[in-house]
Design a protein around this ligand. Structure first.
Ligand code: SF4
Length: 613
């Protein structure tokens, strides 16, 4: 960078990429973020950051940032003033108040808690609609339905600090190094320095599987619930279940025929994992959730929770279940209620509503459904059909390009507020630079709209936090000043009970490969695609095949291939190796062109054919 270290202004804040919630110090000068500064005294991670946190900040000062509002006139998006843009949006929402069911709103869990709280208040309270959701609905059901049913709270019973306090880690999926790299480092440290046992159940082999002593059980995609049910049955059959757990009889009946064979793994492996998990002094399950994992929903959270509860591995440090929300404020979005309750439409139903005309007004804060929701062709058609769409974002995303009004939003570096990590830690985000161009924070945007519609007015986001602390029970007693630099982990009162989880039988199609999606040092790409660091590490969309499948398909490393599902096709570069098992193809979903979500259908597993172009 082009400035002396000592000449930089330093601002402590929180990384805005993943749910790990690493703290960082931004080095800024002349309104630009020039670096992140390593500070070993900062955060649970002693200042360590992954590639995204360390080098992925360039998106903040990207010359592709939106710097002025845009309004569609004569079919084209044209620059407008804030007054014009907000007038258009508020008059549309004011009209929607008389027919709230025709209004829907999607927000990204990258916004601050304060922004998300205002978002919920504006749409639920002032406009009167419950058609509110985030991340295609995939990012929260494990918490809002799964964890609520199993533990009585919409949060993980475990914290990130429990990783290193455990004796045995049972990790679902093998790509923590790519989805939540600093948690990957924590696992690495625990395994190498403390001798923590590592067991992985995954549909492919990732970097984690190479750690010393790691034992990996590879299963067919979509078999996770069947596998956890088989583990529970084995615990019961081996006489290892703790006595007197609520729901034990119902669970016994539900898993009576949950054999290892049904999960597609060997009976010996199931028996061994069950025994080790039940016998460990402290055992912790690590479960990733998010848009890349359609099957990682409430049922899997229940199935995983059952194993922990059945073996007495909850309610003590180093044990339980850590549900790894994907984005920086996934947990906060749940805490602030950004999902449909009662009769409201979820994200998929909102898209359907746009397509069939029931949803006439759609407000999108930072989401990019065209790229990150399943079935791009369907989403694009629906968003082209909706009468009025407003998008606030940093960039003219594929979704913003279809909007009637586009509002330039601030990045995390240009605003203050709080994020809540996947470990329930509420942390201060601090403004480090002024807004880029005419951009406004989503707090300012939502506050202005709310006021124009007769809702509450806030002088600053701190006032919203005070209201959060008064109305969200988990945040009771928290103050922004009290969070200081280290933040605060909010407590959970667990009411653990066994909840039977139904395994859906995977239905492989002859001659097709099971498509596994996920992250490759990326999240939805909205920010990371504009960061040189992540783009250097992983520049192109790809499809990764097992050597045997590649040979059968006459595909070699680097070939252009077409991946075709029932809903469409994408062209990507082939990778060939042994990380993915036979019968499976892996592709990251975060790229605009070649995004594999273009062709997923929202089912647990999408089956595809792969052919050399
Ligand atoms: Fe940021 Fe997540 Fe990397 Fe930490 S692990 S630096 S929060 S992207």
């Amino acid at each position: 960078f082009k400035a002396r270290w000592w000449a930089l202004q330093k601002t402590k804040s929180v990384c805005s990429y993943c749910g790990t919630g690493c703290q960082l110090t931004l080095g800024t000068k002349d309104g630009k973020v020039l670096t992140t500064i390593y500070d070993e005294n900062q955060g649970f991670h002693n200042g360590q950051l992954c590639t995204r946190g360390r080098f992925g900040y360039q998106f903040v000062n990207s010359d592709k940032r939106l710097t002025a509002p845009l309004i569609r006139k004569n079919g084209k998006l044209q620059e407008a003033t804030w007054e014009e843009a907000l007038a258009e949006v508020t008059s549309r929402l004011a009209a929607g108040k008389s027919d709230p069911a025709s209004v829907a709103a999607l927000a990204t869990p990258r916004l601050t808690n304060e922004e998300l709280f205002l978002f919920g208040k504006l749409f639920r309270g002032t406009v009167g609609t419950d058609n509110i959701d985030h991340s295609a609905g995939y990012a929260h059901e494990a918490l809002t339905k799964g964890a609520v049913a199993s533990f009585g709270v919409a949060a993980s019973p475990a914290e990130i600090a429990d990783v290193q306090k455990s004796n045995l880690l049972l990790v679902v999926k093998s790509d923590a190094y790519e989805t939540h790299p600093v948690i990957g480092f924590e696992i690495n440290l625990g395994v190498k320095r403390k001798g923590i046992a590592l067991r992985i159940v995954s549909d492919k082999k990732g970097k984690l599987t190479r750690l010393p002593g790691a034992k990996t059980t590879v299963h067919a995609p979509g078999n996770e619930v069947a596998l956890f049910n088989a583990l529970c049955k084995s615990v019961i059959d081996q006489g290892l279940a703790v006595e007197g757990v609520a729901g034990l009889d119902a669970l016994k009946a539900a898993v009576a025929d949950a054999t290892a064979e049904k999960a597609g793994v060997s009976a010996e492996e199931i028996a061994a994992i069950a025994k080790e998990f039940a016998s460990a002094e402290k055992a912790l399950i690590i479960l990733p959730i998010g848009q890349g994992y359609p099957g990682h929903n409430a049922a899997l959270a229940n199935a995983a929770a059952n194993l922990a509860i059945l073996t007495g591995q909850v309610g003590k440090e180093g044990a339980g279940l850590l549900i790894m929300g994907e984005k920086n404020n996934s947990q906060g979005a749940v805490d602030m209620g950004i999902y449909p309750k009662g009769t409201g439409l979820n994200a998929a139903a909102i898209i359907d509503g746009c397509a069939n005309g029931n949803v006439k007004t759609l407000f999108v804060a930072g989401e990019n459904p065209v790229v990150s929701y399943p079935n791009r062709a369907k989403v694009e058609k629906a968003l082209e059909n909706v009468e009025f769409m407003v998008v606030s974002d940093l960039f003219l995303t594929e979704t913003a390009a279809l909007a009637d009004v586009v509002l330039p939003a601030c990045s995390f570096a240009e605003k203050s507020g709080t994020f809540t990590s996947l470990g329930r830690r509420v942390q201060n985000v601090r403004k480090a630079i002024p807004a880029i161009g005419l951009a406004k924070s989503d707090f300012e945007i939502l506050n202005a709209i709310s006021q124009a519609l007769g809702g509450a007015r806030y002088n600053n986001q701190g006032e919203v936090f005070t209201e959060i602390a008064a109305s969200v029970p988990a945040y009771k007693g928290l103050t922004q000043a009290g969070l200081k630099d280290e933040g605060a982990v909010y407590p959970v009162a667990l009411a653990a009970k066994l909840v039977p989880a139904a395994a859906k039988a995977a239905a492989p199609a002859a001659g097709k490969l099971a498509l596994v999606t996920g992250s490759a040092l990326y999240h939805c790409g909205t920010m990371s695609r504009f960061g040189e660091g992540p783009m250097y590490v992983c520049p192109d969309a790809y499809a990764e095949l097992n050597v045997a499948d590649a040979a059968a398909l006459k595909v070699e490393e680097g070939d252009q291939v077409t991946v075709t599902s029932g809903t469409g096709a994408v062209q990507v570069v082939a990778k060939v190796g042994k990380r993915v098992p036979q019968g499976v193809v892996f592709s990251p979903y975060h790229f605009g062109e070649g995004s594999v979500n273009t062709i997923t259908d929202g089912a647990e597993v999408t089956y595809v054919s792969v052919a050399k172009k």
